[in-house]
Design a protein around this ligand. Sequence first.
Ligand code: COA
Length: 374
Amino acid sequence: MNRVSLSGIGVEIPETSISNKELVESFNIWVEQENRRRAAKGLEPLPGSSAEFIEHASGIKARHVHTFEGILDPDRMAPFIPARDDDDLSVTAEFGAKAGRKALEDAGVDPAEVDMVICAGSHLQRLYPAIGIEIQKELGTGGAAFDMSLGCSSAVAGLHIGFHLVRSGAHRRVLVVTPELITAHLNLRDRQTHFIFGDAATALLIEALPQGEEKAGRFEVVDTRSWTQFSNNIRSNFSYLNRAALEDTSMVPSEGNLIKQQGNKVFKEVTVAGHRFIVDFLAEHGHTPETVRRFWLHQANARMNAMILKLSFGGVEVGHDRAPMVLDRLGNTAAAGAIVAMAENHKDMKAGEFGLLCAYGAGYSIGGALMRMM
Ligand code: COA
């Protein structure tokens, strides 16, 4: 069995940021317009959204978006991303390749030395050809590529597979790319979810580590784990089957097929499952939460992460130095969030210290990777 190192991390965050205030202003203008239509039909008015609620309930203050145009337009409320020709680089492959290139540069590895690309994201643009193969072509990596998806746990699930491919000797270097262009899938007219997501792409380069070798400043991936349990509480019904479900096929798939979630149920159920996952996974490797220097947790809700950690640390509050947050400025970037938290918060770790990457989301699914700083 090979030892495995995480040799490069790449993060691509779009420049444009939208604050809660800006998002809520646009939402509330749409609500006013809608309520005039509803009043004419004698229907109950819709409630507005509130920037204070969003920050209090989720910890999110702002989010970065891949494409600004259209998002705040109350008559559109969706980014405008024109379709590209089949021969042009697709928008998510382009987004992922930017992060992939940064991970290769960080590792100092030539693209040709990579023999597998896994595109692991909650938001894959199409069924085929695989986005991973397009990224492989764009970056010039060798070997093979494929796509996989497991909600917000996609990047850690990709790492789980990549880790075992390298560990077993089947592949020498695997690049796990996660392009999360979620704002295009978000229902910006839904009060419960309009504020949650932001866009980001990440990439992780993992490779075999020769016996006895230590790479200072890099992580050895000690082990990875994946957990799933069926739940309907976070769901997207967006599918090629939407068209087949319509009697009139000239109609476009309705907004009812976009992301929806029963946030408070997810909060409670995933908090308990996440805490158990962390404690059990660490115990299997002779660790307790106290022996782990840093936790890079999924970036969905600040209160939820605080609760998971408090449960895991026997009632003790854990600060942001131990468990960094990036969702206040980025929103929930799905599978990219925990990777961004790790990318931005590991350079101060000392040799021999451990870190735990752990993401949770739709499925339900949870994934984790235990890392040792070399
Ligand atoms: N503006 C103002 N008020 C709002 C609102 C908005 N945008 N959205 C909901 N509310 C109101 C509700 O109507 C409700 O009012 P009521 O108490 O009068 O009925 C109240 O706020 C609470 O709503 P609830 O949906 O219970 O909010 P919450 O505290 O659970 O927070 C989330 C919502 C989504 C932030 C939170 O549940 C969450 O983050 N859950 C976990 C999500 C997650 O981890 N997903 C997995 C990974 S993607």
